[in-house]
Design a protein around this ligand. Structure first.
Ligand code: PMV
Length: 337
């Protein structure tokens, strides 16, 4: 039985957002969601079970993790331990290969990579669906990062039915996201898990959000099937704004927008009026991700990086599914340059 395994997973950005859960312990979503996994935002995680350890150890980006992060990871590892009957503690090292150190969807890639590495290192090979269900327990959006390309999250009526699955689309090769980082990725924001709970509990518009999601999902999936980037972009932008409207109207308000965020939205709208493919989405932070195509992505990236307060701009194509990393080949790839 192997006791050390390294896995890699890519972050995903939702086109129709997950914002609220019906069961906080199991991370069961209140509605479905739809996302694109991004090649440029990946996490690599190594798990080693070691019977000499008295407790789990977690290192994130080369630094010993906070007790809160360790607690969350240990609770997740307990799920794997109870499934395998293996009680041994683990050493976990995780590294985000992101354009900046923080503020982008790292819990999605992080828990997808951890789910894969922790189960394989315990000698357990799960199906993609089982892996998606397990990753969901770490972070709702992580269920989608098990898959490459477009993924749809199902609400399901039980835990076993709440998993993500891939969605085919002729847009897969052409779609790009331009990720514009605001404030160096270090701006302090409300964690999404608390923010969605607070929004659901206090926003007078939360029910409207829940009514909107199934309609947006249906329209977005039709756009994916038809290969209609424009229709998909409009739905994604409107859906993200609706999510933020619900957060802004929570009491007290949750406000992720910075002046640079608004400037980015204005630029995207202006470029779109000039004929470029450009639609903005955002998550639980001030950064803006622009949905576009391979042809327009470089122009957009050039324009967005000049906006004051934008500290990094990355163009990403669709990313691959979570996978176990061959411990030999990455080194040879690096040395070949
Ligand atoms: O998976 P969580 O708990 O970090 O929630 C993700 C929430 C959003 O990023 C705002 C939306 C989404 O669907 O990814």
């Amino acid at each position: 039985m192997p006791d050390t395994v390294t896995a890699r997973a890519c972050a995903n950005i939702a086109l129709v957002k997950y914002w609220g859960k019906r069961d906080a312990l199991q991370n069961l979503p209140s509605a479905g969601s739809l996302s694109l996994t991004l090649a440029a935002l990946s996490t690599e995680t190594t798990v080693t079970y070691d019977d000499a350890l008295e407790h789990d150890i977690l290192e994130l980006d080369g630094v010993v993790a906070s007790p809160a992060d360790l607690g969350r990871t240990s609770a997740f590892l307990d799920l794997v331990r109870s499934a395998t009957g293996v009680g041994i503690r683990a050493r976990v090292t995780s590294r985000n290969e992101f354009p900046t150190a923080s503020g982008l969807a790292s819990s999605a890639s992080g828990y997808a990579a951890l789910a894969l590495a922790a189960t394989r290192a315990a000698g357990l090979t799960l199906t993609e669906r089982q892996l998606s269900i397990l990753a969901r327990r770490g972070s709702g959006s992580a269920a989608r990062s098990v898959f490459g390309g477009f993924a749809r999250m199902r609400t399901g009526s039980t835990s076993e039915e709440a998993y993500a699955e891939p969605v085919a689309s002729p847009l897969l090769d052409r779609i790009r996201m331009v990720v514009a980082v605001v404030g160096g990725g270090t701006t302090k924001t409300h964690a999404s898990r608390d923010a969605m709970e607070h929004t659901a509990a206090t926003s007078p518009f939360y029910n409207a959000w829940l009514e909107l999601v199934p309609r947006d999902l249906e329209a977005a999936e039709a756009a994916l099937a038809a290969g209609d980037l424009e229709a998909l972009g409009h739905i994604a932008e409107a859906n993200a704004l609706a999510m933020h409207a619900s957060a802004m109207t929570a009491r007290p308000a949750i406000f992720y927008w910075q002046p640079t965020t608004l400037a980015l939205h204005n630029e995207v709208r202006g470029l779109r009026a000039c004929g470029l493919a450009a639609w903005a989405t955002m998550d639980a932070g001030p950064h803006v991700k622009v949905i576009t195509n391979d042809e327009d992505a470089p122009t957009l990236a050039m324009r967005l990086k000049d906006i004051e307060g934008v500290t990094a701009v990355t163009i990403s194509a669709a990313g691959p599914p979570a996978s176990v990393v061959d411990t030999v080949s990455p080194i040879s790839i690096v040395s070949l340059g």
